[in-house]
Ligand binder design. Sequence first.
Ligand SMILES: Nc1ncnc2c1ncn2[C@@H]1O[C@H](COP(=O)(O)OP(=O)(O)OP(=O)(O)O)[C@@H](O)[C@H]1O
Length: 361
Amino acid sequence: MSLRAEIEVRRDDFALSAELAVRPGEVLAVLGPNGAGKSTLLSALSGLLVPDRGRIELGERVWLDTERRVHVPTHRRGVGLLAQNPLLFPYLSALENVAFGPRAAGAGKVAARRTAERWLSEVDAETLAGRRPGQLSGGQAQRVALARALAADPELLLLDEPLAALDIDAAPAMRGLLHRVLQHQEHPTVLVTHDVLDAVVLADRLVVLLDGRIVEQGPTREVLARPREAFTARIAGLNLLPGTAAAGALALGDITLTGHVAEPLDEGEPAAAVFAPAAVAVHRELPGGSPRNAIPVQVTGLEPRGDVVRVRGSVGDCAPAADVTPAAVADLALAPGERVWFVVKAAEVAIHPLSGGSSGA
Ligand SMILES: Nc1ncnc2c1ncn2[C@@H]1O[C@H](COP(=O)(O)OP(=O)(O)OP(=O)(O)O)[C@@H](O)[C@H]1O
């Protein structure tokens, strides 16, 4: 069932006005700076906040229609929420936490337990079944919280910064797990995040919210490849070269890029190499010797950016960038049309799975 929402919220010095549609099985990421209205939007979808005006429908069911004074409360919407903090019941075991939703929906004790076991295993947490939340790490608790959200069989899944509270080691594993689980979701999902990587790995489509308004939307990689707003350009400032996963590397046509594989990847699945323009060195000749990644590009443009010059290149359909000093531009006699090598150390490259939903470009 598709989600369709039109929401208006007015506050003293803030107004949210947003319209969105999410198809079954699709993941929509909502990105935006602090105060843009992301949480307000999510609260309206979950029913915790009653908008001043709007309409929210899931399939044939109307959750909100301000003209007709319809407002279905949160507990009757069938919404699964995974927030920044796991918010597990402290006195219940992991298994009992996950079984809570099915029990509340009327399932018998044995059936609820079986559902909980299946979801705990789905999130690689079956060995944690008997533990209380106080005996779990942040990453483990978040996995249990995801199982709890899914075990209730929600018709709409809301993910509110689900990786923001995890430490730098736990976040990639959880992102990889979400990637796997969301691929099998049949219901719409809305993901609020600050991190462009979450959108790249998890979302089919992206909306960018600024000051309460949607300023960009479309398939994730299309929006990031051609940002129209400065905010999107800034968050999309990383190079992202899409290809397919190959043992510990990324195949991009006949180029192979090696890097750090932070999340589980199956060979042949869509993946991307992600690296900063500042990590790229530009060479006229292919440097020999050291095991570095070398990408043959044609220079398409040079843009001054403070102390550096951003060299834009093209390789296939991709437009990677390198930040170099003005002296290097002069030494290398860089100009549009020239053929050069973009060279980047494997240690500077991260290889991530890519969202591969029906509408993912
Ligand atoms: N309960 C509230 N009462 C009054 N104003 C609020 C309330 N909650 C949020 N706001 C204001 O509404 C605007 C949007 O806030 P919101 O929390 O939706 O933004 P956000 O995009 O989620 O930000 P962040 O990324 O910092 O969480 C902000 O100006 C905020 O100060």
